[in-house]
Design a binder for this molecule. Structure first.
Ligand SMILES: [Zn+2]
Length: 209
């Protein structure tokens, strides 16, 4: 029994280190990694003491005001990251690995420089789910009645039309806004832009962490 317990402990620690490494590879700050893994700051500093593109330090982003003033493309991608996270979490994947899997899929789908950093994704999910660094939710996820995309909205808001949907706005601007076309250069105007991002995260998708 002691040997089995030791093995279980070792396997759990290895999985935690793998999670920390995956976060670091995607540019997470040390504090984000600490909150996701539960590893002590001193342990993380020893682990990443000589990183090439190591975890960033500095102030953690706060998305509560940011989201409502961000431009359309940032709000669209923020909603996509949270939708991907919710999809993986709903399948029973634990929240830290669901975040890593969602962000990895988001990065693989980006056709230009990602507008959402890993720390931002962490903060968006935290404020939507009310976990990690926050005790209460600041966002809810609303399904657009027109295009059926899921997007972030304020907690107290209950839109009755698609007038706030960033995906409907994206489609409307696609033909006339070169910034929107530049963000999706290889795709014709999609009928549902969120579907394009999430499609590869369907039933056959596997979280690699
Ligand atoms: Zn819509």
């Amino acid at each position: 029994m002691p040997i089995e317990r030791n093995l279980v402990h070792a396997q759990r620690h290895i999985r935690t280190l793998a999670l920390a490494t995956a976060c670091a590879e995607m540019g997470a700050r040390l504090r984000t990694i600490q909150l996701l893994t539960g590893l002590a700051p001193s342990h993380l500093q020893r682990l990443f003491r000589q990183p090439l593109e190591g975890p960033r330090r500095g102030r953690h982003p706060d998305s509560r005001e940011w989201y409502h003033t961000a431009n359309l493309l940032c709000r669209t991608e923020a909603s996509i990251v949270v939708a991907l996270y919710r999809r993986l979490a709903s399948r029973g994947i634990d929240p830290p690995n669901a975040l890593v899997g969602a962000y990895r899929h988001y990065l693989s789908s980006c056709r230009s420089v990602p507008r959402i950093t890993f720390d931002r994704a962490f903060d968006l999910v935290a404020h939507t789910a009310g976990r990690w660094l926050v005790s209460s939710r600041s966002f809810s996820v609303f399904t657009c009645p027109h295009c059926h995309s899921e997007y972030l909205t304020g907690l107290s808001l209950a839109p009755t039309s698609n007038h706030e949907c960033p995906f409907c706005k994206l489609l409307k601007r696609y033909a006339c806004d070169p910034r929107v076309r530049a963000a999706y250069p290889l795709r014709a105007a999609p009928t549902n832009p969120q579907t394009l991002w999430i499609h590869a995260c369907g039933p056959g998708y596997r979280c690699r962490s």
